[in-house]
Design a protein around this ligand. Structure first.
Ligand SMILES: NC(=O)c1ccc[n+]([C@@H]2O[C@H](COP(=O)([O-])OP(=O)(O)OC[C@H]3O[C@@H](n4cnc5c(N)ncnc54)[C@H](O)[C@@H]3O)[C@@H](O)[C@H]2O)c1
Length: 358
């Protein structure tokens, strides 16, 4: 067995048992995935600390036991202070935008690699019992075959993939050398309510927003050869809880639905969810991501996880939640930048706060 592949754990009776930690921390708990995870974790008798450079909304801070600690995880001192009194850390904070990473690779590296190094070291220093790191399938780069197991070679082509992989390697090295109790999850394409359309580049949110605005759906890449694995954010959160409860320390797990969906199939499902035919517009200016990126989730299902939200149900719910004429997506996929240098890093915390969410 390849060392990266986690050994299957014992099958639990059900797949959503929350780990019995009384004090947990969610970095990036003000973000898209983080807000859902905080909701899944919040319960009377448990303290949930949201560590984020951005202040979460009252829908999060009003939940039982939830508090916000503002910290910039690029700063080790702030990280240490923020993680005091926690038993388990879910590390979700960082840059989630491939486009931003192409435009500002150093900024992306600091948010994903440097901050993750700080998180791992702080967990070691404070004796944290469990660290779950949310990485990305982007670390695989262009897959050699699909579905992908965790021992598929990594080869990121975007700075975002390199910075997420750096975070993974740092945490695994801290596990090997010092026993850091880390479990790593590589998420495939996440979708669900609460994505910021100015930053979300996932096809589900984009296709649905164009369709609900009665606009043509812009398909980047080959409509049939480009296939993806879409996981609903609620399923992703249940998968993260399964890693915290039963994941093998030092192990890496794909977090996906295990279902392959082509761009054409997604457009058809969007048409069905909205009850209206979809008008497609091909953007063949870049075919760089016209590959199949689908997860083999047998390691994850070995922990008892079963995806519960089929794409068609998730789409129908999201369409209802967005309502007619939602905000249009404004982000575009960028794979190359002109040789004009990196977008400058902001200096003041106030400026940083504006830039960090990408
Ligand atoms: N959204 C996806 O499709 C997807 C897919 C795979 C992996 N992921 C990973 O999931 C994680 C969360 O993604 P998301 O979509 O919720 O992103 P998001 O941008 O909505 O949330 C990220 C949060 O991290 C915070 N943050 C960033 N830098 C910080 C710092 N230095 N200190 C403190 N807080 C900081 C931001 O303020 C924000 O609230 C990311 O690590 C991303 O790489 C996301």
């Amino acid at each position: 067995m390849h060392p990266v592949l986690a050994a299957p754990g014992a099958l639990p009776a059900h797949d959503d048992a929350l780990p019995e930690y009384a004090e947990v921390t969610v970095t990036g708990g003000a973000g898209f995935v983080g807000r859902h995870l905080v909701r899944a974790l919040a319960r009377p008798g448990r303290k949930v600390t949201v560590v984020d450079i951005t202040t979460p909304g009252e829908d999060i801070t009003a939940l039982p036991g939830v508090r916000h600690v503002r910290a910039d995880l690029r700063d080790y001192g702030e990280t240490l202070l923020a993680f005091r009194d926690t038993e388990a850390v879910f590390h979700l904070a960082g840059n989630a935008s491939g486009t931003l990473s192409v435009e500002s690779p150093r900024h992306d590296f600091q948010l994903n690699a440097l901050a993750t190094c700080n998180v791992g070291n702080a967990c070691l220093e404070l004796g944290t019992q469990r660290l779950v790191y949310l990485s990305s399938a982007i670390v695989y780069g262009t897959p050699r075959h699909s579905p992908i197991r965790e021992d598929h070679p990594t080869g990121p082509f975007l700075p975002y993939g390199a910075s997420k992989l750096s975070g993974e390697l740092t945490l695994r090295s801290l596990h090997e050398t010092a026993g850091l109790p880390v479990v790593i999850g590589r998420s495939f394409v996440v979708y669900g309510p609460g994505e910021d359309p100015s930053r979300a580049g996932g096809e589900v949110s984009q296709f649905l927003r164009w369709q609900l605005n009665e606009r043509p759906i812009l398909v980047v890449g080959d409509i049939d050869r480009k296939t993806r694995d879409f996981i609903h954010v609620e399923d992703l959160c249940r998968a993260l809880l399964a890693l915290a409860a039963r994941g093998t320390q030092g192990g890496v797990y794909n977090l996906g639905s295990g279902t392959e969906v082509s761009m054409r199939e997604l457009a058809d499902a969007v048409a069905e969810a909205t009850g209206r035919p979809a008008l497609l517009e091909a953007d063949k200016s870049s075919l760089e991501d016209s590959f199949s990126l689908v997860a083999d989730i047998s390691a994850l299902t070995g922990l008892g996880f079963v995806p519960r939200v089929p794409l068609r149900d998730g789409l129908a719910r999201l369409a209802a939640e967005l309502g007619p004429f939602p905000q249009l997506p404004t982000t575009t996929a960028v794979f190359r930048r002109e040789r004009t240098g990196e977008r400058p890093l902001p200096d003041s915390p106030a400026q940083r706060e504006q830039v960090v969410p990408c």
